[in-house]
Design a protein around this ligand. Structure first.
Ligand code: AMP
Length: 410
């Protein structure tokens, strides 16, 4: 069911606690932490602008990295406050605590339309433990809780589920931000009744990570295209050899069950008929690949590893994508981080963008497919790119996300 959003309530003069996803990549440069990619900060601007224009007093809570309950200086959110201030064009106060007197005082100083970012909530072990007393402190005197952090919504933590429980118990309001609303619309509502044909493209490392998504989408999709290392487990199920490719031998029966279900439901289910292969050599615990070439056979020879889909498969996948009404894509077709093995992923990315230009709705289900599209410079040519990784997958599996569940229904 659709969730109430910030547009459904009156925020004038209200005290708001907003959970945002500012888990941005940072690196040390000349002794100071610098933000490498501010996409996640930019993604919250529509929600923040709408709230500040409504005159709300907005306290922002977020996490960065995995400090595991310790104050790790390199994981401070202070640089995010500075960057957010530049992007939104107004001062953003920063408090180096997220709970306690300093945080309470900083929140009390906020004027209507003001913004305050609290320090990393994961500096406290109580955050991930969803400790009720910590959640109560974090909630402060907020009258409204806004969750715009889809990427953290699959975790029942104090700043996602805990504060919502506090607000709900004292008659406050819990609503979604505009980014969260778009995530729920595209990964949820749009896929419930997709424009047909509905083509699902899945790749990445493991069948086990995505089998529940495959199973659920087999009820809805017209075609499923499988690439990445997970294709090799399906190859094994079909009786082909996979050489040294990354496979999950204990998941062959799971792959077979998916193939059976596809056949029963009349879902077209394609796995690569050719592959790019390479010879792996282990050097200091890491794999290097040499002698890469196209293997124009369903079977992969003994001493080589499948590292990408081959040109014939890419062409077959792209022609299916060209005819799609709705496309959902999650996971690369090969080890795209190495440009020798990025051809299949980039061909699929291009085909998805061309289909979008021709009227298809394209939804990118987060994680590495988003990275691949951005690497190909095509990030702005799809209908929607999810900001969630694990959260997107769990949502696509049809699971309730604790951070979404706690928000009021429309
Ligand atoms: P996931 O997080 O499950 O979407 O997996 C993404 C990862 O899968 C990327 O880091 C890819 O390098 C990796 N991957 C894709 N294809 C292969 C392959 N054929 N062999 C090994 N790893 C792969």
């Amino acid at each position: 069911m659709a969730k109430r959003t910030i547009n459904d309530i009156d925020l004038r003069g209200k005290r708001v606690l907003a959970r945002v996803d500012y888990n941005v990549p940072m690196a040390d440069k000349d002794g100071a932490m610098r933000i490498n990619d501010d996409t996640r900060i930019r993604a919250t601007l529509p929600t923040l602008q709408s709230m500040t224009e409504s005159g709300a007093k907005v306290v922002l809570a977020a996490h960065l990295g995995r400090p595991k309950g310790e104050r790790v200086p390199s994981m401070s959110l202070r640089p995010v406050a500075d960057r957010l201030s530049e992007l939104i064009g107004q001062p953003v106060a920063f408090c180096d605590q997220c709970v306690g007197q300093a945080a309470t005082d900083a929140a009390a100083k906020l004027e209507d339309g003001g913004l305050l970012l609290l320090e990393n909530v994961r500096y406290h072990a109580e955050e991930e433990a969803n400790d009720p007393a910590f959640a109560k402190q974090l909630a402060g005197d907020a009258e409204v809780f806004v969750n715009d952090a889809f990427g953290a919504a699959h975790r029942a933590h104090a700043s996602t589920a805990g504060v919502a429980a506090v607000l709900n118990a004292r008659g406050g309001q819990c609503v979604s931000g505009l980014l969260m609303e778009r995530e729920l619309q595209f990964l949820g509502d749009e896929l419930e009744s997709p424009e047909r044909p509905f083509v699902v493209i899945l790749g990445g490392a493991k069948v086990s990570d995505k089998i529940k998504v495959i199973d659920r989408l087999l009820d809805k999709a017209d075609t499923i295209l499988i690439g990445g290392a997970m294709a090799y487990t399906f190859k094994l199920a079909k009786g082909f050899t996979v050489g040294k490719s990354l496979v999950e031998r204990d998941k062959v029966d799971v792959a077979q069950a998916a193939l059976d279900k596809a056949a029963k439901r009349g879902v077209q289910f394609l796995i690569p008929s050719d592959n790019v292969i390479a010879v792996p050599t282990e050097i200091d615990g890491r794999f290097a690949f040499g002698d890469h070439r196209v293997n124009d056979s369903e079977n992969i020879p003994d001493n080589v590893e499948g590292v990408d889909i081959g040109p014939k498969s890419a062409e077959a996948f792209c022609s299916v994508i060209a005819g799609a009404g709705t496309i959902l894509w999650n996971g690369p077709m090969g080890i795209f981080e190495d440009e020798r093995f990025a051809g299949g992923t980039f061909a699929v990315a291009k085909a998805v963008c061309e289909a979008t230009a021709n009227g298809a709705k394209s939804i990118i289900g987060g994680g590495d497919s988003v990275k691949a599209l951005n690497k190909a410079g095509l990030g702005d040519q799809v209908t929607f790119m999810s900001t969630g990784g694990g959260a997107s997958l769990e949502f696509l599996e049809g699971r309730e996300l604790p951070g979404v569940d706690a928000l009021a229904d429309k």
